[in-house]
Structure formats: structure tokens, C-alpha cells
Design a protein around this ligand. Structure first.
Ligand code: LLP
Length: 447
């Protein structure tokens, strides 16, 4: 493969011009200079369009954005403005959604091990419902209801339907051997329905299943939906959620189902199963992945004769753990010459202290790639920033939204002071001891 990067991997407003590739009317080269690298860039128009497409395919009020894919206050606000509900999977995600002004009744709380604090915060925020995962959580809700005198908590029951799908073992969730949900095959799901109905602490609103993530076969998503829909009909509940999971293309030439195809498949499947009511979906990756890309600066190129070429950039597994964790495959291109041929084969690596710190194992790149070049990896908008870490004490990147020729910083870059923020000074020590070199700040101004 030496052809140029496929436009299908780029954000929708990406355009080639004299200054190289622009997104949202802003040159990526300019963004790299202005905000420094590594940098997550999101095409706001793309994000909004994906939200609208999802609502058009499934119906108003029937799409919950799975915020784990990418969440910050600006993203929560955007999804809410576009009419999506928010699926949060922890007290922290709930906090961000509330901080964005998303009303409680537009939020659903997930999680296989919610603690008292998370449950109480959700109930106090008036969440639409809590997706209850297990009997211990039911115990907890009943205890909290007694202690705090809560009105019956609206609940949806998470079911393990025995249908698992997805791009990697780690992200297949719906099987019987799963930490998530009440098993259908074991009878636990039916028992959970009975218990929720007989409990004064819970108001049973429906059932839920999520089979897995990065699913490229819409048929598998329909199979999962059919199974949980049959159970919903049998148990006579009023609500049905069929989860998220629609996959995206990470490399050129991969074919992925559209929201409309996903919707048609699921609609047919649940109807065939006898479900006549509406159903909710929870897309995460398919909303944000392609809208985002990561900009890096090339710092070193090493040719090992007869072996391979390594291209080292200023980020790595701390801003994209997916290759290391799931064998995730990506492409790379140069924003200054986005559609140039890419005859050079190289391993794109980060700056972390291990050999597994690979961003693209066998990247195709232009032959004139040079140190100091700005380089981009597309389709990093889901589970990139969301899973970023401070490994090797790298400050996490900034995030910008671009639209109509303007760029706005929505998450600032971490500084080295941020890296010391949680360290508790010993007796007599000052926080953030003297002599700390502000390397980060320097990099920002010289990029
Ligand atoms: N609903 C539930 C209950 C989920 O657990 C998930 C994802 C979603 C919806 C959204 O799935 P999506 O539409 O994004 O596929 N870190 C992994 C993905 C983990 C997905 C976890 N649950 C990755 O980078 O591939």
C-alpha cells in the first residue's frame, strides 16, 4: 500500500489547500503550531452531524451517547444540544455531564460495580434511570432507599443475552461468561425482573443488553437486539435498550454499516421478536471516532538496515493505548501533504519506555518525511483521549474543537504542575518543589 490516506478516514469537513489539510476550516499545521503537540483535534460539524444522523435513524429521545468513548464538558454539552441522552458509566462521567448542564432526566447511569456514592449522586441528580447490573446493586439500592428515604428508583436491568460480538475479546460483553449483567441462560435475568417488581425501592422500567464494541457486522447487533427484545416481551417490561457497539473504519477500504443500516437491522429484529414499542441505542465510538484525529511532532527517525525504520513522535501509548491493548490498527499521514503517496514503510512509535509503545505497526508514509514534521493519525476520536494516561509522567494532550474557521480549546494541555498536583508533600516540604523545569511550557511555545 503506497496510496494516499483514504478520505473516508478523515473528518467530514477535511479539505486540502495551500497550507495542507484543514479541518473545520482551520489548517492542521497551524493548529499544531498554535496549541502544541500531541493534540486531539475534533471536527465539531462532524460530531454534530453524526448525532443528527443517529437521531434521524433511531428517533428523537432514543439515542444515548455512550460518553465513555470521549467525554469532556464541551462534548457532553454538544451531545445534549443535539438531542442525545447521555450514558454515563461512573460518578466521574456523571459529574462531567452535570457540569455541562445536562439535566438529570437526560442521563442514564451504567456500571457493573456502582458504589453508594455513585448511586446516591445519580438518584439525587434525578437520572432517567439506573441500569442495574447485579443483585448486590439491588441490595445497595434497597438499603440506600431505606436510609435516605428515597422514592422508588427507576431502574433498567442489564442482561447478558448470551450473544457476544466485537473487535477484540476485551470488548465483547454480551456472552454468558461476562462480568456484566444478569444472565439470560442462567435464569438470573428472570429472577432480577421478579425481584425488581416486588421491591418497593425500585421502579422497573425496562431491560438492556450490549453485546460488544467495534462490531462491523450489523447482523450481530441485530441478533443481540432480537434476544433482549424476546426477553422484554416475555417479561412484559415497558422499555428496551439494545446497547451500542457499531464499529468504525480505522484503515482505508474497511466497510462499516451506517446508522440507517444498523437501525433497519435492529428494527426488523425486534419486531420479529414481537417487540412493538420504541427502543434506545447507545452509540459511542460511531459518533466520535472519525470526527477526531491526533497531531504529533516527529522527533526522530531511525533506519535499521535490513530490519525496518522507526519514526518516533512526541506522544504514544499514553494518548492511544488501543494498539497495545487490542491490536488496534491505525494509519498516518502528513497534514502538509495529506494526499501524497506513502511509499515509506515504518513503525510509528511513541516516546514511552517500552517497545510495545507502538501507534502504527507498519505505517505507510511519504518518502520525504523528516524530523520536525507534523504527523496525524486519523480516527482517534473514540477511546483515545478517554483512555489517556500519565505513563512516564507525560502530561495529557490538549483537545480542540474546530468549526467554521475557528478553533476552541475545550480541554487544556496538562502541565508539569498538574503532574505534581496529587503528590502529598512530606513534613516541611513545599508542594511542587523548587527547581522544576517547565519543559511542557517550553515545548508549547517552541512548537
Ligand atoms: N453501551 C454500553 C453498556 C457499553 O458498555 C458501551 C461500551 C457502549 C454502549 C458503547 O459502545 P460503542 O458504541 O462505543 O462501541 N475501550 C474499547 C471499547 C470499550 C467499550 C466499552 N463499552 C476500545 O477502545 O475499543
Amino acid at each position: 500500500m503506497s496510496e494516499a490516506v483514504s478520505p473516508d478516514l478523515l473528518p467530514l469537513t477535511a479539505q486540502d489547500g495551500p497550507d495542507g489539510l484543514s479541518v473545520g476550516g482551520v489548517s492542521l499545521v497551524e493548529l499544531g503550531r498554535r496549541f502544541g503537540t500531541p493534540l486531539f483535534v475534533y471536527d465539531e460539524e462532524h460530531l454534530r452531524r453524526r448525532c443528527r444522523e443517529a437521531v434521524a435513524a433511531f428517533g428523537p429521545g432514543l439515542v444515548a451517547y455512550a460518553s465513555k468513548a470521549f467525554l469532556c464538558t464541551a462534548m457532553a454539552r454538544l451531545a445534549h444540544e443535539e438531542g442525545l441522552l447521555l450514558d454515563v458509566a461512573s460518578g466521574g462521567e456523571l459529574r462531567v455531564a452535570l457540569n455541562a448542564g445536562v439535566p438529570g432526566d437526560r442521563i442514564v447511569l451504567h456500571g457493573n460495580n456502582k458504589d453508594d456514592g455513585e448511586l446516591l449522586a445519580a438518584v439525587r441528580a434525578g437520572v432517567r434511570h439506573v441500569v442495574v447490573d447485579n443483585f448486590d446493586e439491588m441490595d445497595r439500592i434497597e438499603r440506600l432507599a431505606t436510609v435516605h428515604g428515597l422514592a422508588p428508583v427507576p431502574v433498567v436491568l442489564r442482561v447478558a443475552p448470551g450473544v457476544a460480538a466485537g473487535g477484540h475479546q476485551a470488548i465483547r460483553t454480551g456472552g454468558t461468561d461476562s462480568k456484566f449483567g444478569f444472565g439470560l441462560a442462567t435464569g438470573a435475568a428472570a429472577a432480577a425482573v421478579r425481584r425488581a417488581r416486588s421491591s418497593g425501592a425500585m421502579a422497573l422500567e425496562g431491560v438492556h443488553a450490549h453485546v460488544g464494541s467495534q462490531v462491523l457486522d450489523a447482523g450481530r447487533l441485530a441478533d443481540g437486539a432480537a434476544t433482549i427484545a424476546r426477553f422484554a416481551v416475555e417479561s412484559g417490561v415497558a422499555g428496551l435498550t439494545v446497547g451500542g457497539g457499531l464499529g468504525v473504519a480505522y484503515e482505508g477500504g474497511e466497510r462499516v454499516p451506517s446508522f440507517a443500516e444498523w437501525a433497519t437491522g435492529v428494527r426488523t429484529a425486534v419486531r420479529d421478536a414481537g417487540w412493538t414499542g420504541p427502543f434506545v441505542v447507545e452509540p459511542g465510538r460511531s459518533v466520535t471516532a472519525r470526527a477526531g484525529l491526533t497531531l504529533y511532532r516527529v522527533g526522530t527517525i531511525k533506519h535499521i538496515e535490513g530490519v525496518r525504520t522507526y519514526v518516533g513522535v512526541d506522544g504514544g501509548m499514553s494518548d492511544n493505548i488501543r494498539p497495545a491493548l487490542y491490536g488496534g490498527r491505525y494509519e498516518a499521514f502528513l497534514p502538509r501533504a495529506p494526499f501524497a503517496d506513502r511509499p515509506l514503510r515504518a513503525r510509528l512509535v511513541g516516546k514511552h519506555c517500552e517497545s510495545g509503545d507502538i501507534l502504527v505497526d507498519d505505517a505507510a508514509l511519504p518518502a520525504d518525511l523528516a524530523v520536525s514534521d507534523l504527523l496525524a493519525t486519523p480516527v482517534t476520536g473514540a477511546y483515545g483521549y478517554a483512555m489517556a494516561s500519565n505513563y512516564n509522567k507525560l502530561p495529557r494532550p490538549a483537545v480542540v474543537f474546530v468549526r467554521d474557521g475557528g478553533a476552541r480549546l475545550v480541554v487544556r494541555r496538562e502541565t508539569e504542575d498538574d503532574l505534581l498536583r496529587l503528590d502529598v508533600p512530606g513534613p516541611g516540604e513545599r508542594p511542587g518543589a523548587a527547581g522544576v523545569a517547565q519543559v511542557t511550557a517550553r515545548r508549547l511555545t517552541t512548537a
